[in-house]
Structures are given as structure tokens and as C-alpha cells.
Design a protein. Structure first.
Length: 337
């Protein structure tokens, strides 16, 4: 009797920024959390991975420290050791978030560019060895306009040097079989639908894809389903995140802007994203990646992840994108020269 192949089924993942609320750890602030993870990386990682197993999450995205590739290496000795720990728990690595472009002081500086390229090489090598498929990156934040009224325009002159660097970084990650995905981030150079269209136009379609963060697109005033429809062939991952509606006002962009975003995010199902429409659109495209949840710094991440997964299973159900281990956007490693 021939065994029929199992049909692909949805696989839930999470960006590990979901675990960044210090209260979950019984700590006072983010600095205390970072210090704890640096001193006891194995204890930090075991608690996170145990929680994922309890919530039905199967895949994960590395993010900023303390949930980054360096603390994972410190906890498990190597990328291979990290991968073995995930496998033993029935988990897998989907992707890693790369913040060096987003937080660079001046991306036109040659030394800054060299540093970004070197770190992207290290990160992509870790992801490839640990089974990851994508390097997700944010773009630089918009600049405050002189006089404090709004932001400087993001046009071709501003976008082209960023796109040039992205293409160079993507060429580096492609050598490891890892595809670079640009992330939609509130108040960054890639926030609304027009920004996405511009950066997708200026970057290489073979090596650069899109990580559509639905919640941030909602905050921009754009419709994430409409944005997805225009860029279906470039979407490598979706950050499944809900938000209340467009961000009101034009606050000054400073170190506190990311904290101000959080007031607008909502539990999945309580915001403005049309999840059934998004799922139907992705399925028509044949999208076969994990449903990657992102719930910024949830006070109770286990309860929040369980609720999000159950909401999507009950409202979207069989229409949720199926996951295939060899997803269409997986890139072959470049042959040695």
C-alpha cells in the first residue's frame, strides 16, 4: 500500500519581540532583561522555547537582542547546536530580523556600509546553518523636517542610495541561500503602499522580497490587502499583526517613536486588518509560508499567542496559508566561484 503524501497544513510562527515585555520576566525594564539574557542566555532561551511549545507555535523569527543570533549561539554553542535544540522540540527557524540598516547613522558612509555588509554575511551564515530561509530588514526612519513640521519627503533622491545598499546586502545573503525581505515599519522609509511600490521598483526582484507587516501598513493609512495584491510575487513573509487604524498626527521621530507605535496595536481580530481577505489573496498566489504572528512585547505572550492562533483558526480556518518546508521563495545557495 502506497502512503499518500500529507497535504500541506498551516504552520504558526512568531517574531520573538513578542517576548520583550519585562513584566513577563519579573524584571523592571528592557535593560534588566538584556542584562539577564546576557548573563544567562541558556535560561532565557529555554523559557522562550518552552513557551512556544505550549502555545502551538512551530516556527520563530530571531529579532533584536536578547532574542538574536548572538545570544542563541551563546546559549547553544553554535548555529548547529541551536538548530538541534529547535528540532528536538519540534520547532524550526523561519527568519531573522536585521536592524543594522534601519538604525545606521549614515548609510552613505563607506565604513558604515562595510559594517552592515559584514554583519549581514555573519547573520545569513548563521540562518543558513540553523535552517532559516529569510533575512528581514527594516529601512532607515524618515527624517524630521526642519522646524518640526512633519517629515522630509521620501522620493527617488532619498530612496536610491538605500535601494543600492539593499541590493548589495541581498547579494551577500543570497550566497548563503537566504533571501532578503524588506519590512514595512511605521515612520520608516517603507511604511505606506506608495513606499512599498517605490522600494520594490528600485530593488532586485530575484534577491529582494517583501515582508508585509500588516499592522504597520494599517498605521500608515494604507490597506495591507491592497498592498499585498500589488506585490504578490515579491511577498516572502507576512507579519500577522493587527492595529486600530491610521496613526494620528506627525510625532517627532526619536528614540521613543517605537514605543508610541505600541499604543495603536491590537490583539489579532480587534483591529482593522481583514484577515479572511488577506488569507484568500495569499492562497490564490500559492503562498506557502508560516503564519508569522507578531505581538509587540505582550505582557502575557503565551496567552496572547494562543488567543491569536485560535482566533485565526476559527475565523479563517482552512483558508489559512499552508506551509511547505521547501517554500517557493527559498533560494538556492550560489555556487562557489
Amino acid at each position: 500500500m502506497t502512503r499518500q503524501p500529507t497535504a500541506p497544513a498551516p504552520s504558526f510562527g512568531v517574531d520573538l519581540i513578542t517576548f520583550f515585555d519585562p513584566a513577563y520576566w519579573g524584571l523592571a525594564d528592557r535593560a534588566a532583561l538584556a542584562a539577564y539574557a546576557a548573563e544567562q542566555p541558556a535560561a532565557f532561551w529555554h523559557r522562550v522555547l518552552d513557551a512556544l511549545c505550549r502555545t502551538g507555535i512551530q516556527q520563530l523569527e530571531l529579532t533584536f537582542a536578547p532574542a538574536d543570533h548572538r545570544t542563541a549561539r551563546a546559549a547553544f554553542g553554535s548555529a548547529r547546536g541551536f538548530a538541534d535544540e529547535l528540532t528536538a522540540r519540534g520547532l524550526a527557524l523561519a527568519s531573522g530580523y536585521f536592524g543594522d540598516i534601519e538604525h545606521a547613522t549614515d548609510i552613505t558612509d563607506v565604513d558604515v556600509q562595510k559594517g552592515i555588509l559584514a554583519e549581514a554575511e555573519r547573520y545569513a551564515a548563521f540562518l543558513a546553518e540553523a535552517g532559516g530561509r529569510h533575512l528581514v530588514t527594516g529601512l532607515p526612519m524618515r527624517r524630521n523636517a526642519p522646524g518640526g513640521s512633519g517629515y522630509e519627503p521620501v522620493g527617488l533622491r532619498a530612496a536610491e542610495p538605500v535601494a543600492d545598499l539593499v541590493n548589495r546586502v541581498a547579494a551577500v545573503t543570497a550566497r548563503h541561500g537566504v533571501r532578503m525581505l524588506l519590512h514595512t515599519e511605521s515612520h520608516s522609509m517603507m511604511w505606506n503602499g506608495r513606499d512599498v511600490d517605490l522600494m520594490m521598483l528600485l530593488t532586485d526582484a530575484f534577491t529582494v522580497g517583501l515582508c508585509l507587516d500588516t499592522g504597520h501598513v494599517v498605521l500608515s493609512g494604507s490597506d495591507p490587502v491592497a498592498v499585498a495584491a500589488r506585490q504578490l510575487d515579491r511577498i516572502g513573509l507576512v507579519h500577522w499583526k493587527d492595529a486600530s487604524g491610521p496613526f494620528r498626527g506627525t510625532p517627532r521621530i526619536d528614540d521613543g517613536i517605537f514605543d508610541r507605535h505600541r499604543d495603536h496595536f491590537r490583539p489579532i481580530g480587534d483591529g482593522a486588518v481583514d484577515w479572511p481577505a488577506l488569507s484568500a489573496l495569499l492562497n490564490r498566489r500559492g503562498f506557502q509560508e508560516c503564519v508569522l504572528l507578531e505581538l509587540d512585547a505582550a505582557p502575557d505572550p503565551e496567552a496572547a499567542l494562543t488567543a491569536a492562533r485560535r482566533y485565526l483558526e476559527s475565523t479563517v480556518g482552512a483558508a489559512l496559508p499552508a506551509f511547505a518546508p521547501q517554500a517557493p521563495d527559498r533560494m538556492p545557495a550560489s555556487p562557489p566561484r
